[in-house]
Design a protein around this ligand. Structure first.
Ligand SMILES: Cc1cc2nc3c(=O)[nH]c(=O)nc-3n(C[C@H](O)[C@H](O)[C@H](O)COP(=O)(O)O)c2cc1C
Length: 459
C-alpha cells in the first residue's frame, strides 16, 4: 500500500492534491449544506439539493448508535434506512418498533451525500463507518460541536483539545474505511483561540490522508449568533492547499452568491451553509437562477419531500417552524397540526392530501387526529378506507396495475421493509448504484401504496 506522501499527486502547476478516491467526491468549487442535527434529515437535504446545493452533509450521528444497526430498503420509496430496536432499559417488549437512526436516498443523493460522525475512538469510528460506507460518498468527523452531550464524551469540539486522538481517528478511518470503500474522509473543525494554535492543529490534520477540511470560523465558546471571525481563514486554506486538501469555509455564509464571493475573497475551495439554509433552502439558488423562493413554495416542496421520505412528523413540524415566518397565520396553523393530512389541509396544499393520508396511516398518526378533531378524523378514515378499497378493486381487475402483487403490507402493518446486509467494501459497483436500478422516485400525489413493485425487490 502506498503511503500518503507517495499518493499525493501534483498538477502541472505543481500544486499537490490528495487524490479523490473513485467513489468519493471533491469538495472543490462546491456550495454545500452543513451538517445539522434535526435540521439535516433526508427531506431537508433533498430540499437543499432541489435548490442547487452541490453536496449535503447529514446530521451528526454518534458512532455507538450506528454500530449493530440494521440496513434495510424501504420498498415504498426506495430509501435506505439504518434502524435499531430500542433497548428499553433491558426490558423486553413484545412489539418494540425499530427506530430509524439514519435515512438516505440512494438515487437523489447519489454522489452528493457526506455522512458525519460523532466519535472519540478510532475503533468505534471504523466499526460505525463500515455500516454506512457503501451507501455514502464521504465520511466527515465532527470536531466542532460545543454541546455538552458531545464534548462530555470526548467528541466534537473536545477533539480540538486532544489532537493526538483526532489524528488517530482520521488516520484509522482513511486506512480502514476510506481506502477499502474508496471514499474520502474529512473533518470539520472550529478555529482555536489564536492563529498559532489553529495553525498547529491544521498542519497535523492535513497530513492524515483526509481529502477535505471544513473550518467553522467561530471558537468553541462562541454562540451561533456571534459574528464569524474570518481572519484565520486564509492561513487555514493555505495550509490545506500546500497539503493538497480541499478547504471549505463555514460561518455566516448566507447564500450561493455570497459563498462564491467569499471563496474568492479568502482563497477557499468551497462554502458551507447552515442557518440560512434552515430558514430558506432556496438560498442555494443564485440570483441569476431566480434567487430566494417565497416561503410557501419552499414549504410546499419541503412537505412533498417529507411525505416521499416518510419523515417522522415531529421532525417535519420542527422544520416547518423554521421555514414558515413567525408573523404569518400559517405559522400557528402548522404548529397546531397533528398529522400530515392535517397540515396539508391547513396550508391548502390540497394535491398533497391523498399521499398525506396514506402516510398518516403508515406512521400511525391517524389516531392523533381522531383525538384532536372528531369530524375531520371521520373524513380521514373514510378517505383511507376508499384508498384501500380502490387498491383492492384495482388488484382484482388485475390490469396494468403497478402495485405490489401481494397484499399492501404497509397498510396492513406487517413489516413492509425487507432487510439487506451491509454492503462490503467493493472494488466493484458502489452499492448505491445497485439500489438505484431497483428504486423509484415517488410522486407524493400518488398514494404511497402505489409505488412500483420494482422498488420492493430492491434487496
Ligand atoms: C440546528 C443545528 C444543528 C447543528 N448540528 C451540527 C452537527 O450535527 N454537526 C456539526 O458539525 N455542526 C452542527 N451544527 C453547526 C453547523 O454545521 C454550522 O457549523 C454552524 O451553524 C455555523 O454555520 P452558519 O453560520 O451558516 O449557521 C448545527 C447547527 C445548527 C443550527
Amino acid at each position: 500500500m502506498s503511503t500518503l506522501a507517495e499518493s499525493i499527486s501534483t498538477t502541472p502547476a505543481q500544486v499537490p492534491r490528495v487524490p479523490i478516491p473513485p467513489k468519493g467526491v471533491d469538495y472543490r468549487g462546491k456550495i454545500v449544506l452543513a451538517p445539522m442535527v434535526r435540521s439535516g434529515e433526508l427531506p431537508s437535504r433533498l430540499l437543499a439539493l432541489h435548490y442547487g446545493a452541490d453536496l449535503v452533509w447529514g446530521p451528526e450521528t454518534i458512532d455507538r448508535s450506528l454500530i449493530g444497526a440494521e440496513r434495510r430498503v424501504n420498498p415504498r420509496n426506495g430509501t435506505i434506512e439504518f434502524t435499531r430496536l430500542p433497548s428499553n432499559g433491558g426490558r423486553v417488549e413484545k412489539a418494540a418498533k425499530a427506530s430509524v437512526i439514519y435515512r438516505l436516498d440512494p438515487v437523489r443523493e447519489k454522489g452528493k451525500l457526506i455522512f458525519q460522525m460523532g466519535t472519540a475512538n478510532p475503533d468505534l469510528a471504523v466499526q460505525a463507518a463500515k455500516v454506512v460506507a457503501g451507501d455514502v460518498w464521504g465520511i466527515d468527523v465532527n470536531s466542532g460541536c460545543p454541546k455538552p452531550f458531545s464534548t462530555s464524551g470526548g467528541m466534537g469540539a473536545a477533539l480540538l483539545r486532544t489532537p493526538d486522538k483526532l489524528v488517530s481517528i482520521l488516520e484509522t478511518l482513511v486506512r480502514e474505511v476510506g481506502e477499502p470503500y474508496q471514499i474520502g474522509i474529512s473533518v470539520k473543525i472550529r478555529i482555536l483561540e489564536t492563529p498559532e494554535l489553529t495553525e498547529a492543529l491544521v498542519t497535523r490534520l492535513v497530513r492524515t490522508g483526509i481529502t477535505g477540511l471544513t473550518v467553522h470560523c467561530r471558537t468553541t465558546p462562541m454562540r451561533p449568533r456571534e459574528r464569524a471571525i474570518r481572519d484565520q481563514l486564509r492561513m487555514v486554506s493555505d495550509i490545506c492547499h500546500k497539503a493538497g486538501v480541499a478547504c471549505l469555509m463555514n460561518g455566516d455564509v448566507t447564500s450561493r452568491d455570497n459563498g462564491l464571493k467569499l471563496m474568492e475573497e479568502y482563497g477557499v475551495d468551497g462554502a458551507m451553509i447552515a442557518v440560512s439554509a434552515e430558514a430558506n433552502s432556496s438560498c442555494f439558488r443564485s440570483e441569476a437562477d431566480g434567487g430566494l423562493d417565497p416561503w410557501r413554495d419552499v414549504v410546499y416542496q419541503y412537505l412533498k419531500f417529507c411525505i416521499e421520505s416518510e419523515n417522522r412528523y415531529g421532525n417535519t413540524k420542527y422544520l416547518l417552524n423554521m421555514l414558515i415566518p413567525g408573523k404569518v397565520k400559517e405559522f400557528k396553523d402548522a404548529k397546531l397540526s397533528k398529522t400530515y393530512s392535517d397540515v396539508c389541509r391547513r396550508l391548502k396544499f390540497d394535491d398533497l392530501v391523498p399521499a398525506a393520508i396514506q402516510l398518516d396511516e403508515i406512521l400511525d398518526l391517524t389516531h392523533k387526529q381522531e383525538l384532536g378533531d372528531g369530524e375531520q378524523s371521520q373524513t380521514v378514515s373514510k378517505a383511507v378506507q376508499n384508498a384501500k378499497e380502490n387498491n383492492e378493486s384495482a388488484r382484482a381487475a388485475g390490469g396494468g396495475s403497478t402495485r405490489p402483487a401481494k397484499s399492501n403490507s404497509s397498510m396492513n402493518n406487517v413489516g413492509p421493509i425487507r432487510t439487506s446486509s451491509i454492503p462490503q467494501p467493493a472494488k466493484a459497483a458502489h452499492p448505491a448504484s445497485v439500489s438505484e436500478q431497483a428504486t423509484t422516485t415517488v410522486d407524493p400525489t400518488v398514494p404511497a401504496a402505489e409505488v412500483s413493485q420494482q422498488s420492493s425487490v430492491a434487496v
